[in-house]
Design a protein around this ligand. Structure first.
Ligand code: MSP
Length: 521
């Protein structure tokens, strides 16, 4: 319901050791569509994204490039991560960087509280550390290396050797929260989704939690432990706290109460941090746990997670330069079942662009607007009596609106788009069947022609409203061609089918222009 309720959604904050690839962009786009949907529904929406700038991985990259880690982070944020948001049309309300004062100060405040309340102790740690994951690994997380790493144990995600570390560290008594976490997963089955990720998390916690090493002493690129400045805070402990430091934790109680808790959209590789460590940290601090942790699947290349370190990363601009940001957004959310892995292919992208966006939706919109111009001199005609066929379109508009909203509620973004696409397909069938160009030749059918074109314009307008979160640029053009001076993303999405088609249309250029095949491959 558009009751103005608070909806706070986040992406992971991205490591700035390298530039973004389409796997990162996928997380952003998914969260953005959900955020836009809620905003358009009138919910009190807040969408946060940002960058994760501390830790050994960034330090090493900066050192290798002969600059300080802060210089490196500043450069990557300005040249790569902020521009990414433009490239794929992200509507974030805030961008947090973990090197900002608002973050660092309140991370220290949080840790000090846990220390004062007895959740932290000193101990020795020896274990295998993967700098790519910034995580201590269990032996069961490691696999035998191949090629240049044959004979060594490597991280299953990064396929790179782990490092044996032995340090005196501060520990968080995470093991004390095992049962409370299991109770949480049990009492709130939606807390971790999809079910495949939920089951994995439950199994992991059932095996028993160990305490978590939360400081490092061998390097200094991080936030200092407030009572012992010879340690920096473990990068994940620091990073997870961005979700609360960005909305006023420790400084602005009103803002914090208004926003927190959040829905976290994350890749499944980092679901454990979000669904185990993070709620345990919040429980220790006496704060609410997140609303939900949703672990989406991976974009695969050759059956493996696309990654820069494996040189399989594709830059988002490689796609948007040719197809535009709307097509990027549509393609990944439509072609991949949200929650499962999916493979990207240029052929599939080109085929869907042509069949679904250019021919399916774009052409429909252009034809309808052109016919109103041609047959009614641009004035949207009023409908006379509705036949069953007209009524079916009106019913489909209502169903598409309700189904898409219900799907977004479950974060089933692909289902929401599929529900709306049923209206695209039905409208195309309706026009073929009603043949308005034939009606236009028969003066006795003038009223029928008016009804058909009114119905078609109404359907196309409903599509503009429902697709605004996914295709913000194309739907803005279409909405304006329908003669509207207000913004399409200001139209209440949960009652999209109720908009009124009146006034005059203008001209509409092709929403998804033809693309030369050579350019796309
Ligand atoms: N900095 C941490 C997150 C801290 S959140 C408190 C991190 N950063 S990351 O840059 O490595 O990854 C960010 C997100 O991108 C993760 O959700 C990750 O799953 C996602 N992806 C990275 N490669 C991906 C694919 N190939 N496919 C889909 N998502 C991918 O982890």
């Amino acid at each position: 319901m558009s009751d103005g309720s608070s909806f706070y959604i986040t992406t992971p904050i991205f490591y700035v050791n390298d530039v973004p690839h389409i796997g990162h962009a996928y997380t952003e786009v998914a969260a953005d569509v959900i955020a836009r949907w809620h905003r358009q529904a009138g919910d009190d929406t807040w969408f946060l994204t940002g960058t994760d700038e501390h830790g050994q991985k960034i330090l090493r990259t900066a050192t290798a490039n002969g600059v300080t880690p802060q210089q490196w982070a500043d450069k990557l944020v300005a040249e790569a991560w902020e521009p990414l948001l433009e490239t794929i049309d992200i509507s974030n309300d805030d961008f947090i960087r973990t090197t900002q004062e608002r973050h660092e100060k309140n991370v220290q405040r949080f840790l000090q509280k846990l220390y004062d309340d007895g959740h932290i102790y000193t101990g020795d740690y020896e274990g295998y550390y993967c700098v790519g994951c910034e995580e201590y690994k269990q032996l069961t997380d490691l696999v035998d290396g191949t090629g240049e790493y044959a004979g060594q144990l490597v991280c299953a995600i990064h396929s790179k050797p782990v490092e044996l570390l032995k340090e005196r560290n501060y520990f968080f008594r995470m093991s004390a929260f095992g049962q409370r976490l299991l109770d949480l997963y049990e009492s709130r089955p939606d807390f971790v989704q999809p079910d495949s990720v939920r089951n994995e998390i439950i199994q992991f916690v059932k095996h028993g939690l160990t305490d978590l090493s939360i400081s490092r002493q061998t390097f200094d690129w991080g936030i200092k432990v407030p009572w012992d400045e010879s340690h920096v805070i473990y990068v994940w402990f620091d990073a997870l706290l961005n979700y609360i430091t960005a909305v006023g934790y420790g400084e602005d109680d009103e803002q914090f109460a208004r926003r927190w808790p959040a829905t976290h959209i994350v890749g499944k590789d980092i679901a454990r941090f979000h669904a185990v460590i993070w709620p345990a940290m919040l429980m220790a601090a006496g704060l609410d746990v997140p609303t939900q942790v949703y672990g989406h699947g991976w974009l695969l290349v050759g059956g493996e997670k696309m990654s820069k370190s494996k040189l399989t990363g594709i830059a988002p601009e490689q796609i948007t330069d040719t197809f535009g940001s709307d097509a990027f957004r549509y393609y990944f959310l439509r072609a991949i079942t949200f929650g499962q892995d999916g493979s990207f292919s240029w052929e599939d992208l080109s085929a869907r662009y042509q069949a679904e966006l250019a021919n399916g939706f774009g052409n429909l919109a252009s034809r309808v607007v052109a016919m109103v111009n041609r047959y009614f001199d641009g004035r949207i005609p009023e409908a006379a009596e509705l036949t069953d066929s007209d009524q079916r379109i009106r019913d489909t508009e209502q169903q598409a609106t309700a189904r898409a909203d219900a799907a977004i509620e479950r974060l089933a973004v692909h289902e929401a788009i599929a529900a709306v696409w049923q209206l695209v397909d039905e409208l195309n069938g309706y026009i073929t069947e009603q043949e308005p160009w034939a009606l236009a030749k028969q003066p006795e059918n003038a009223a029928r022609l008016a009804t058909v074109l009114h119905t078609a314009v109404h359907g196309v307008g409903t599509l503009a409203i429902l697709l605004a979160p996914v295709l913000p640029k194309a739907t803005a053009k279409l909405w304006s061609a329908l003669g509207r001076e207000d913004a399409v993303d200001a139209q209440p999405i949960r009652s999209a089918h109720e908009w009124e088609a009146v006034g005059r249309v203008t001209a509409l250029e092709a929403l998804f222009p033809r693309i030369e095949v050579e350019a796309a491959s």
